[in-house]
Design a protein around this ligand. Structure first.
Ligand SMILES: O=P(O)(O)OC[C@H]1O[C@H](OP(=O)(O)OP(=O)(O)O)[C@H](O)[C@@H]1O
Length: 280
């Protein structure tokens, strides 16, 4: 499939330049001669991060330009979806942000929208013709990489909270892993404070625990979960998150190693897999 690559413009099959006007408006210029090499009926995908409002607008401006050029089958492949966590009204006086973003994307008229490991099923419920791309291949790559470097040890997959619980058994089944540990946490949506870390797991002595979740922001979820696992005897805790924001850095208490992808940004100092390989 032809890729219009907004994540890595140098690797784009159709050359373009993107810029921001002095008033803050994003803009794109597609190389017409380069675009002429691509058949108008062949499927084409716009590959992008949607980290903020300008990313969203730029993707829609590219779609509009390609519509004028009469490309017929245009998909949107999203490595990171802004507002995916705001999948409900958390508190009176706050927006249902994901619903707004979904309405904007629905106006784009894409043939299909693929989203890499969205926070919840609300994303694909609200966005027309959208599909979630699972984290299964990413988690498999992490396990392969970790065990090739450290040797095979007894291990388990860990879900840190209710949101992750829905996905952990699917990835375990897909990768034929039997050992799954379920943990819980509570977040006060008024303050963001995290409390009540708990698990029913009894003894994790000697285990390498892979905490699998969609996103790491401040890291509090994972520091709390890692402490719980270590208190139960875990030998090593590895964090595996599809989307690495790391707003408080990549040093997380009691977490021994971190894997992520470049879905939100390239993260230095930890294992950061190129997201393109998971969004084909
Ligand atoms: O790195 P942190 O700052 O701790 O944030 C990361 C956590 O936040 C999200 O869940 P959230 O707490 O929003 O809960 P939810 O699954 O109930 O939406 C996400 O799925 C992680 O579990």
């Amino acid at each position: 499939m032809t890729t219009f690559n907004l994540i890595n413009p140098a690797q784009s099959d159709i050359p373009f330049s993107a810029m921001v006007f002095p008033d803050g408006q994003p803009h794109v210029k597609i190389d017409a001669a380069g675009a002429a090499q691509t058949g108008r009926k062949a499927p084409l995908r716009i590959l992008t991060r949607l980290n903020n409002a300008n990313d969203l607008l730029l993707a829609l401006f590219v779609k509009n330009t390609l519509d004028y050029m009469e490309f017929e089958h245009i998909e949107l492949h999203v490595s990171y979806l802004m507002a995916a966590r705001m999948d409900r009204v958390m508190l009176d006086g706050e927006p249902f942000s994901l619903k707004v973003v979904a309405a904007i994307l629905n106006g784009g008229g894409f043939k299909k929208i693929k989203i890499f490991d969205p926070h919840s099923e609300v994303s694909t419920a609200l966005i027309d013709r959208s599909y979630a791309v699972t984290n299964h291949a990413f988690v498999q790559d992490v396990l392969d990489d970790y065990f090739s470097k450290h040797g095979k040890t007894p291990f388990c997959l860990v879900s840190p909270d209710a949101g992750a619980l829905k996905k952990i058994h699917k990835v375990a089944q897909a990768l034929q892993i039997e050992n799954v540990v379920e943990c819980m946490k509570e977040r006060d949506v008024k303050t963001g404070a995290l409390t009540s870390f708990k698990t029913a797991a009894a003894d994790l002595s000697g285990q390498t625990c892979f905490i699998v979740d969609d996103i790491c922001d401040g890291g509090g979820t994972f520091a709390g979960t890692a402490k719980l696992l270590k208190d139960k005897g875990a030998a090593t805790v590895v964090l595996v998150v599809s989307h690495g924001i790391f707003s408080k850095g990549t040093v997380i208490s009691e977490v021994d190693a971190i894997y992520t992808t470049s879905s939100f940004r390239l993260v230095e100092g930890i294992q950061c897999m190129p997201v393109e390989q998971y969004l084909q």
